[in-house]
Design a protein around this ligand. Sequence first.
Ligand code: ADP
Ligand code: MG
Length: 237
Amino acid sequence: LPPPPPNAPIGRIDDDTYSRYAGATRFDQLPISSKTKDGLRKAEFVDMTDIQKASLPHALCGRDILGAAKTGSGKTLAFLIPVLEKLYRERWGPEFGVGSIIISPTRELGAQLFDVLKAVGKFHNFSAGLLIGGRKDVNTEKEHVNELNILVCTPGRLLQHMDETPNFDCSQLQVLVLDEADRILDVGFKKTLNAIISQLPKHRQTFLFSATQTKSVQDLARLSLKDPEYLSVHEES
Ligand code: ADP
Ligand code: MG
């Protein structure tokens, strides 16, 4: 495997570049920014898990991903790293507004994910917010939601902002993530998700990760992904 370039590549990685990184096993072999590498190192993430090895080279090339791997396999970093890299390569700044939306099924999972984002994204200059309802006053959120670059949210709260928050603007959205999609659908958020997706710009990158591939996950994939890379990682048992 050739060593990655010394500086973070700016711009889209092409297919040749993809094949150069397809065999990477460690995060530091990937063509990612030193800010992300430092965040990973600080959080003591060194070797990639199977789903990370399979999906990150594609995701970093700008492709949509439909990823299936069981709980505990490391799906979170499989999408957080490309979210950070996409915004970094686009030179996203605080004034650009919402660049990425990450949808999580429950408050608890959203909060966990947010902690990982804070750790790994520590050296970047993006603003991020956790919009999960419950503990925070929605009116306070409404005043600040347009200043955030990365939103981690539950479907209900996100749709509430789309419907109620004056000037809520996600027209510049670069990356949409549907995390634990099977659980989002189990919780009964199908209609909410459809309403959200219909209001998002179509030109974007989308990652859909799920522990299981059900019929409803496939329906959601058809609705939200464009020509995705299908990656399924299951251990032999
Ligand atoms: P999933 O979403 O697939 O259920 P998570 O992303 O929550 O899995 O990761 C499960 C656990 O594995 C977490 O404790 C996380 O910190 C850890 N983990 C993820 N990726 C790695 C890695 N590359 N090296 C070491 N630990 C990891
Ligand atoms: Mg997860």
